[in-house]
Design a protein around this ligand. Structure first.
Ligand code: ADP
Ligand code: AMP
Length: 214
């Protein structure tokens, strides 16, 4: 099963994608996580991506598409994957379509996690991320067992640089301008599924399972 998660930054794509990956036994692929891992390791890709991420801008398509295509070509993707944060532009979606159709395959579902902008700002200022294993928490809604420490790997949790309020506003604008058109793109392809992302995370997940099947 090949699934794309759509939605504004902070809508809960990553939270749901991890749960989907667990239930359906497919890899969770987050381009944001790949960039953050590269920033941490100070690779050339990381240094380049950071310039854009820190400003709330999208990393250029040429760079992003290459890392995504390399990742989905790996053996663990043979039975599908859940993409979180890719595609974010129409050209990215077109490249993905072309790559998948070359394999005589198709994307099964594009799940749009819908959350209003007012709630997004609250979600992102409360998000705490583990840069080691990619786990995410929310200080109020989904707190870690021990404050500031990742439940999964014990590393320190941080407020991402790009989750600071001034950058969040910019990211939302970029989302509306460049990423939201993908809703229409996948609707026209007949694979768009909408879920109300403002519910409790378990209810959001139940709605997704109803769409994807048990
Ligand atoms: P995205 O991957 O879309 O950027 P995340 O999955 O990281 O978003 O979620 C953003 C923040 O909101 C995180 O702090 C996460 O713990 C929290 N969150 C996710 N889903 C919900 C939900 N249904 N209700 C409340 N908070 C949520
Ligand atoms: P995320 O973790 O998905 O919120 O992504 C964090 C940041 O990484 C984004 O604000 C972008 O700067 C960059 N990024 C992640 N995925 C993409 C993508 N598909 N296209 C361009 N930039 C991306």
């Amino acid at each position: 099963m090949k699934i794309i998660m759509l939605g504004a930054p902070g809508a809960g794509k990553g939270t749901q994608a991890k749960m989907i990956a667990g239930k359906y036994n497919i890899p969770h692929i987050s381009t944001g996580d790949i960039f953050r891992a590269n920033i941490k390791e100070k690779t050339e890709l990381g240094l380049e991506a950071k310039k854009y991420m820190d400003q709330g801008l999208l990393v250029p398509d040429e760079l992003t598409v290459k890392i995504l295509l390399d990742r989905v070509a790996k053996d663990d993707c043979a039975n599908g994957y859940v993409l979180d944060g890719f595609p974010r532009t129409i050209p990215q979606a077109e490249v993905l379509d072309e790559a998948v159709s070359k394999l005589n395959d198709n994307i099964d579902y594009a799940v749009n996690v819908d959350v209003k902008d007012e709630n997004i700002v609250r979600r992102m200022s409360g998000r705490r991320a583990c840069l080691k294993c990619g786990a995410t928490y929310h200080v109020e809604h989904i707190p870690p067992k021990k404050e500031g420490i990742c439940d999964v790997c014990g590393s320190e949790l941080v407020l991402r640089d790009d989750d600071k309020p001034e950058t969040v506003e910019k990211r939302l604008k970029v989302y509306h301008d460049q990423t939201q058109p993908l809703i229409d793109y996948y609707n026209k392809k007949g694979i768009l599924k909408e879920v109300d992302g403002s519910q409790d995370m378990k209810d959001v997940f139940n709605a997704i399972v109803t769409i994807l099947g048990e």
